[in-house]
Design a protein around this ligand. Sequence first.
Ligand code: HEC
Ligand code: HEC
Length: 221
Amino acid sequence: MSKRHTGLAALGACLLACSIGLSAEPIGDPAQGQAAAAICASCHQADGSGMNIPGAESWPRLAGLDASYLAKQIRDFKSGQRSSPTMQAFAQMLSDEQIPHVAAWFASLPAPSLPSAEAHAPALLERGRQLATEGDWDNYLVPCSSCHGPDNLGAGAVFPAIAGQHPAYIRDQLLNWQKGSRQNDPQQLMATVAARMSADDIQAVAAWLSTQPGATEQKPE
Ligand code: HEC
Ligand code: HEC
């Protein structure tokens, strides 16, 4: 057990290097996905920016996320492996051939700047920054960025960008992993992370990540 704890950071690095989960993903054509993506716009918005809806199901930003990651999630919703009554219905409207194209369409859109409507206390943001970039070694928590990439902007097809994602969505996903209602992560990597977080930590990291740029080009010089 303790071996697993200390091995977590190394495991993240190995996953990157070993490219687990990169089974021959068909490469989609954004132009072919655009038409089918129209039905998604009522929630995810035409520009893929989604919407933060505190107190209800938020609509995640899809724009600029990795195409293979998006395709995997859509297939998981379709099969029920990732449980979401809302998304299952829409995923089932897509044929298996359409999925990579729709995923490529959203991946091709520029990551939006999120409206920073929610004001967060400085202490909360500082705790969130610490968790995301330094981790909390007392609680065996490696920094989010050790898997989610430098600046938490994503790493390959396995680790999605979480910077510039809506805070209520990030929080809900972490809570889902704690409850066991999201179970589609490879090797339960996220379930392990979420299990080590307090409700306050979840709030903090979700708030801080949402204030961060969702793409490299948005970073101030
Ligand atoms: C009625 C609103 C609604 C519509 C329409 C909708 N979605 Fe979603 N979508 C959601 C919600 C809510 C979630 C978060 C589900 C959860 O909590 O797991 C989500 C999650 C997703 C995710 C996971 C994103 C991530 O970062 O893991 C993808 C991919 C996605 N939707 C794609 C689509 C596509 C493609 C369509 C159109 C075919 C679509 N959605 C239509 C509400 C919607
Ligand atoms: C050991 C590697 C690892 C670490 C560390 C890690 N994650 Fe993840 N995370 C993943 C993987 C893998 C996924 C993709 C799961 C899937 O495919 O469904 C993921 C997905 C997520 C998602 C879902 C994103 C989406 O678009 O649906 C959120 C939110 C998230 N992580 C937050 C965090 C936060 C916050 C931290 C730091 C406290 C963190 N993660 C640390 C591996 C990790």
